[in-house]
Design a protein around this ligand. Structure first.
Ligand SMILES: Cc1cc2nc3c(=O)[nH]c(=O)nc-3n(C[C@H](O)[C@H](O)[C@H](O)COP(=O)(O)O)c2cc1C
Length: 325
């Protein structure tokens, strides 16, 4: 029966991309002993007993000869922070191993550190798979960490998250009757913010620091000295209008000092105060993240960054300017 489909390759690829996968780097050594590696999301498990895995490589890949002629290869399941490594190994013909630290495995195939899991394999079969070659390997050794994996779906990198289990509360039971519901983003953001701040509130009170004081000191701990107008511009998004009175009060309390510019900078006492508050905030964060799990924490950071970008009223850059100094 002749039944040739003429799919639009782009559309077919997009349809296949609806299948979410992890991202791996598969490595081996060429006939000359040089390390070889490619990014591949075609990896899959095949069998538990015997332990078998597979992946497929495009026949036009530069690394095809190396993999076809090799007895051993290693599959690295990338962790969520290894996106740059994935991009590096997805480029044809680059010197991909220049900066990489390698570990010694059961074979001489390169073993990369920092992954979610690794499978060291011996080639069992190679099959023709259209424009790809399918490699099936027996797993000789594997290891894994708690690092959350990097995912790939719909042509983009993604993060894994458990679907949140709905917490059945009385309020949630009858949300339709109320305009104000548990799913309102404003409510969730506000509540999360205040619940988090509650952890450092006692320290702020102990040091007689208001929210406005805290914002000024933390801003100057990233960038200083700054003129009054610049400080006000950075903090305006909080709704707090930082005027000269507040800055003078912080000077009177010896937490800030005026520079010649004229601008404001932290004194030693001001730096000590903000270091203690930030240390408390970091401890609070570590505690919350331990309860949430690293995977959800990475996802939350990612979503909050997207939210901050989407709602940015045009604030001056803070971190990049500081990093460039
Ligand atoms: C997320 C991602 C997944 C990929 N998966 C595969 C794959 O499974 N098989 C494949 O042949 N190429 C895959 N590629 C493309 C190769 O990594 C890319 O063609 C690379 O240049 C091959 O290296 P080489 O030319 O040095 O052999 C993928 C690329 C990305 C970014």
């Amino acid at each position: 029966m002749e039944h040739q489909q003429h799919f639009d390759p782009r559309d077919f690829r997009q349809a296949l991309g609806m299948f979410a996968t992890g991202v791996t780097i598969v490595t081996t050594r060429g006939a000359d002993g040089a390390p070889v590696g490619v990014t591949a999301n075609s990896f899959n498990s095949v069998s538990i007993d015997p332990p078998l895995v597979l992946w497929s490589l495009a026949k036009n890949a530069r690394s095809l000869d190396a993999f076809s002629g090799s007895d051993h290869w290693n599959v690295h399941i990338l962790a969520h922070e290894q996106e740059a490594l994935s991009n590096l190994f997805a480029r044809a013909g680059e010197d991909k191993f220049g900066q990489q630290q390698l570990e010694q495995g059961v074979s001489d195939a390169p073993l990369l550190p920092g992954c979610s899991a690794r499978f060291q394999c011996k080639t069992m079969f190679q099959y023709d798979g259209g424009d790809h070659t399918i490699f099936v390997g027996q797993v000789l050794s594997y290891d894994r960490t708690q690092r959350p994996p990097l995912l790939y779906a719909m042509g983009q990198y993604a993060l894994a998250s458990r679907k949140a289990q709905a917490v059945a509360t009385e309020a949630q039971a009858d949300t339709s009757a109320s305009l104000y519901s548990e799913n309102l983003l404003g409510y969730l953001l506000g509540r999360a913010h205040y619940q988090f701040l509650a952890g450092i509130r006692p320290l702020l009170n102990e040091r007689s620091l208001t929210d406005a004081d805290f914002f000024v000191l933390s801003l100057l701990s990233v960038q200083e000295p700054l003129p009054a107008a610049e400080i006000a511009r950075h903090i305006a998004y909080t709704g707090i209008d930082v005027g000269s009175v507040l800055l003078q009060q912080l000077c009177d309390r010896a937490l800030l000092r005026k520079t010649d510019a004229p601008a404001y900078a932290l004194t030693d006492a001001g730096r000590d105060a903000i270091l203690h508050v930030v240390a408390a905030a970091k401890a609070e964060e570590a505690d919350v993240l331990e309860r949430m799990g690293e995977s959800e924490a990475a996802l939350l950071r990612n979503l909050l960054k997207q939210f901050v970008r989407a709602t940015d009223p045009g604030l001056p850059t803070l971190w990049t300017a500081a990093a460039a100094q």
